[in-house]
Design a protein around this ligand. Structure first.
Ligand SMILES: Cc1ncc(C[n+]2csc(CCOP(=O)(O)OP(=O)(O)O)c2C)c(N)n1
Ligand SMILES: [Mg+2]
Length: 355
């Protein structure tokens, strides 16, 4: 397509198929290597099911994660139980890896408040939709970790678009000045909705900004799960502020409300499909003789059953009423909002709004 600003060179030159020299690869058992593949396959299956369910009207708008699984699963695996995690809205891969239940993730995308509640004992805060606002929150948590001398870090997940927000710069500055144990993990997927990275940044990469705040910087091939794991593990150990840029790509649309063909061409997407992180890891497992096709198929079947059951469970829950939108915002609702809440209830009662 003429005039298509292709992001084909957006990925770091990665050389080998996948980094088998990785400390992680050397460390884990054969069983764990296969489990990792199941994890990636599960997130992929979940993601595709969610897009279908959105089309069937079972859930609300959904932000697909396809193409970013290695960045998300690799980074989440490198975290410890006491770490504080501040996700954006696209972090389903992180949530699954940390053990957040499938029903909870579906509930989040169905507008149920329960989907925002992490299970007790998890330091996974509700996903943030306002871009970059979770970064100062992560800094606050890191400050508390430092004061309490906890053996933990805070990590904020965000996209390349978030780096144009004031919150991003304030957070990095504060973290640098106070030497806080916080990782700023940017998944640079090339776009902020339809805006390509080079149109919103004068610097060639996100990590270039780290120098200004005197914090550590890492740039990693975000489609290589082993490389991502190693980088996060290494950065985590230092308990210092760091900006990490995982170079990746979302092969789907920004959300189910977006038509990505309006701003990027087929050729660009094709190039990135050939760099698919799941395919890469799967090929590695095959090459290393780890893969049992029969076992994989059986696992896939189990996953599909689990997903359908989880969806059924969510559907059986009481639907979220529009009046619920007003809860959990104020300790005491102001009069004018109380009135709106009553009106929302009336709309449901008289049938003008369906749930
Ligand atoms: C403060 C704020 N401004 C604008 C938006 C609208 N918005 C939603 S997603 C998005 C793009 C974010 O891009 P990026 O940070 O790269 O994350 P990605 O969606 O690519 O994962 C924008 C501008 C928003 N949610 N919050
Ligand atoms: Mg982006």
């Amino acid at each position: 397509m003429a005039g298509c600003p292709m992001l084909i060179n957006h990925l770091l030159p990665c050389g080998a198929l996948t980094n088998t020299g990785s400390a992680f690869w050397q460390m884990i058992s054969q069983q764990e290597k296969i489990k990792l593949l199941h994890f990636m396959r599960f997130v992929r299956l979940f993601d595709r099911r969610m897009v279908l369910w959105q089309r069937q009207g079972k859930i609300g708008t959904y932000a697909p994660v396809e193409g970013q699984e290695a960045s998300q699963i690799g980074s989440a695996l490198a975290l410890n139980k006491l770490d504080w995690i501040f996700p954006s809205y696209r972090e389903q891969g992180v949530a699954f890896t940390l053990g957040i239940p499938t029903t909870s993730i579906i509930q989040y995308w169905s507008g149920h408040i329960e989907g925002c509640k992490p299970p007790i004992g998890y330091r996974y805060v509700p996903p943030t939709v306002p871009i970059a606002t979770q970064l100062p929150h992560a800094v606050g948590a890191a400050w508390s970790i430092k004061k309490r001398k906890e053996d933990a870090i805070a990590i904020a997940y965000f996209g390349d678009g978030a780096t144009s927000e004031g919150d991003f710069h304030e957070a990095l500055n504060f973290a640098g000045v106070f030497h806080l144990p916080v990782l700023f993990f940017c998944q640079n997927n090339g776009y902020a909705i339809s805006v390509p990275f080079e149109k919103q940044s004068a610097t060639k990469s996100v990590v270039d900004r780290a120098k200004a705040y005197e914090i550590d910087e890492y740039q990693v091939d975000g489609n290589d799960i082993l490389a991502v794991y190693d980088v996060i593990k290494n950065a985590r150990k230092k308990k210092r502020p760091a900006l990490i840029e995982a170079m990746t790509y979302r092969t789907g649309a920004h959300t189910t409300a977006d038509d990505a063909s309006r701003y990027r061409c087929e050729e660009e997407v094709r190039v990135w499909l050939n760099r698919d992180p799941l395919y890469r890891y799967e090929q590695l497992c095959i090459k290393e003789g780890l893969l049992d096709e029969e076992q994989l198929t059986k696992e896939d079947e189990k996953m599909a059953i689990h997903l359908d059951q989880s969806m059924k469970e969510v559907e059986q829950k009481t639907p979220n009423l529009p009046s619920g939108l007003f809860n959990h915002v104020y300790y005491q609702l102001p009069n004018w909002l109380e009135k709106q809440q009553e009106e929302a209830s009336e709309d449901v009662n008289n049938g003008s709004v369906h749930c």
